[in-house]
Design a protein around this ligand. Structure first.
Ligand code: NAP
Length: 265
């Protein structure tokens, strides 16, 4: 049996197990996906143990995405982002960041053309992944964050990116093609949005990384403005799809994983 899993703290409410196990079942694989909550002191020992036990792959979530970086051999994208969300144990443990592909594949799945200008709101982990992913597609990236110094630090690392405060959003979005909300604003708070309604328009594709709730105020207002909307479950789905494909070398059963994910959310 192949074993995959997730390490983080907490991981109890993760929807990754049903999403991945639905894929194993659909493809007739003898595999399981298990969650682990090591303490931060035990993180290095946990990875050594996972490797020794023959665990095939691990996803990594909060708070360990950055802590894992020095414990594995990161690929260039994970190294640039500064965070690992997927470890492959097929040889020497390698670290990858599939949140980046989660952003681009979620948008691509909705026929969004990744050219022109993207506004990324947020400069934490999701904001870093989104900014590198969209810049690597050749988009001009404008990063807006509550703490402007954090946006400036990120923009210094991302090709052709600029840094801004949240007050600039209306101007930044006026001629933009893509908007990604990579802040936690709207999470468990459907009445909050990080972007003023007046800044939204029909020329935008809007991806909200928030997936609890799925229908955020930002997406409701974006839809009313005529924008293409992509909810956070799509990003979650495609980071999982990308991890599955990396670990197994097989095409993921995307629709099956999507159904399992959405019924678990
Ligand atoms: P993080 O590293 O803690 O970053 C949080 C970001 O939100 C920072 O930019 C922070 O700004 C901003 N923020 C927090 N509260 C704010 C407020 N009241 N007003 C304005 N900005 C605020 O978190 P993360 O890991 O990037 O996650 C961000 C969101 O993305 C979460 O909702 C998470 O669930 C979601 N996410 C989704 C996926 C997916 O697959 N769909 C993947 C990863 C994350 P400051 O820098 O000023 O503090």
């Amino acid at each position: 049996m192949q074993v995959f899993g997730l390490i983080g703290d907490p991981v109890g409410h993760s929807v990754s197990p049903p999403m991945h196990e639905a894929a194993y079942e659909a493809l007739g694989m003898d595999a399981r996906y298990v969650t682990f909550e090591p303490s931060s002191d035990a993180l290095a020992a946990a990875l050594d143990g996972a490797d020794a036990l023959g665990i095939r792959g691990l996803n990594v979530t909060i708070p360990y995405k950055e802590d894992v970086l020095p414990l594995v051999d990161p690929d260039p994208l994970a190294e640039r982002i500064g965070a690992v969300n997927t470890i492959d144990f097929s040889g020497e443990p390698t670290g990858h960041n599939t949140d980046a592909a989660g952003v681009t594949r979620a948008l691509g799945h909705h026929d969004v053309t990744l050219s022109g200008t993207a506004v990324v709101v947020g400069a934490g982990g999701a904001g870093r992944a989104a900014s590198f992913a969209l810049a690597d597609e050749g988009m001009d990236v404008r990063i807006a964050n509550r703490t402007v110094a954090r946006a400036e630090s990120l923009a210094g690392d991302v090709p052709a990116a600029t840094a801004h405060g949240l007050d600039d959003l209306e101007t930044l979005l006026a001629d933009a093609d893509v908007l990604v909300n990579a802040t936690s604003v709207g999470m468990e708070a459907p009445e909050e949005s990080p972007v003023p309604r007046e800044a939204l328009h029909g020329g935008l594709a809007v991806l909200d990384a928030v997936y609890d709730p799925l229908e955020t105020r930002l997406l409701r207002e974006a839809e009313a403005a005529g924008a293409t909307t992509v909810d956070g479950a799509w990003m979650l789905l495609f980071q999982g799809v990308e991890a599955f494909e990396l670990w197994t070398g097989r095409d993921a059963p995307v629709e099956t994983m999507d159904r399992a994910l959405r019924s678990a959310l």
